[in-house]
Design a protein around this ligand. Sequence first.
Ligand SMILES: *Cc1c(COP(=O)(O)O)cnc(C)c1O
Length: 469
Amino acid sequence: MKEHLKNDSVNISHLLDIIKKQSTEYLNSLADRPTSITSTFISEAIDIPEYGYGTEEVIKLFNKRFEPIMVGSAGPRYLGFVTGGATPASVAGDWLTSIYDQNTQSTKGQGDISANVEMETIKLILELLELPDSFLGGFVTGATMSNFTCLAVARQWLGKEKGRDFAKEGISETIKVLTATPHSSSIKSLSLLGMGSNNIIKIRTDGDDREAISIKDLEEQIIKLNGEPFILISSGGTVNTVDFDDFIQIKKLKETYNFWWHIDAAFGGFAACSDHYKHLVEGWEYADSITIDCHKWLNVPYESAIFLVKQQYNILQVETFQNSNAPYLVDPLADFSYLNFLPENSRRLKALPAWFSIMAYGKQGYRDIVENNVSLARNFGILIENSNDFKLLAPVRLNTVCFTLKDDDKQSEVGRFLEMLNHTGKVFMTPTFYNQHKGIRAAFVNWKTTETDVQLIFDTMNNIITQLK
Ligand SMILES: *Cc1c(COP(=O)(O)O)cnc(C)c1O
């Protein structure tokens, strides 16, 4: 063992050369990499080696056992879920994150002060999204954990409104959560936070063909609460049809009623990068908390997302997440450490890939990525609309196309069609159910995707239709 460790350490340059070569080859052929894996992983079980093999041999082992099951999910035609790619700069930042291997917590710190990088990155993201600097932000693993973090502070706020300290006492009563079309991860967060996923009050949407909240119904439900404080979970881009709640109207309600306003803008928030689409998020700066996913439209590698919580709630946030009995409550920013503001304690320097990418491509770079993806989605939507075999289930509002087979009698074939399509390995989409229809979602979130990809995808779809007939 010692031998291998010593050899590896002496040969690090050689090892990194191998990795560099393999990485370059992979990235350069990413567009041709299958977007899904057709065979299930069957490989002989292996046991822990007594002395190990050394890294060079282990690379070979990885290439034999696991490399073949890596899919081109960072490639241009992986349109499933909401899957971003990784820009070259973000890959560089991610690589260096491992090399420098910081444990990112504090800005003034005991030993390590890498949280300054995180603070600076948050500032840059606020500028990119044209949000005010009144938000405190930090990095977590994904939008799920961001929703969790924001809703945890909301829970503490609500307790305080009722004269309770839920962080210390636990929750002793039902918390009212109002929402129309929440992402599943918000529901999961409610169950993790002890608020109960069954306790949401569902607000109607603004008509059958919308996923956005009906402001009228929202106000009616609020009035029924008789002044009881509550939490509102609103959407800045729903996953099926990328619908946005009316933030201007919600802001008006907030002037009259007492509630915590959370926006899940995991990917839709990036509409703010473009003059054409920023109206969709107009008024979002008045929210108490916002979720933004960076491994989606910021196109940095997994696992990267940020929470944004208004700084006026710093104390509530520390009450929720504090890891020690230190007197942070006096001034939580004076001896700032992220471990008192979010779920994790030890963390890698998660912000670095985002910092690299934002500095490498700037506002214009992200404007181009967003506008290119939206334009591809719209063009794909036009192909669908003009086709004899497919139809849209919702208008293409931003970067996602939600569609199905045109003939309603063929609803039972939607699953089979999608399975065959994904089986080609040329494109990957995910199923959904929307407006009483089995549907398919294609989300454009990758900087690499081009018009040629859209045409190839559409041709592949038509081939499958011919096979089905
Ligand atoms: C993707 C997504 C999430 C969950 O994000 P993860 O990064 O997978 O944790 C939450 N909300 C919305 C709107 C999303 O699109």
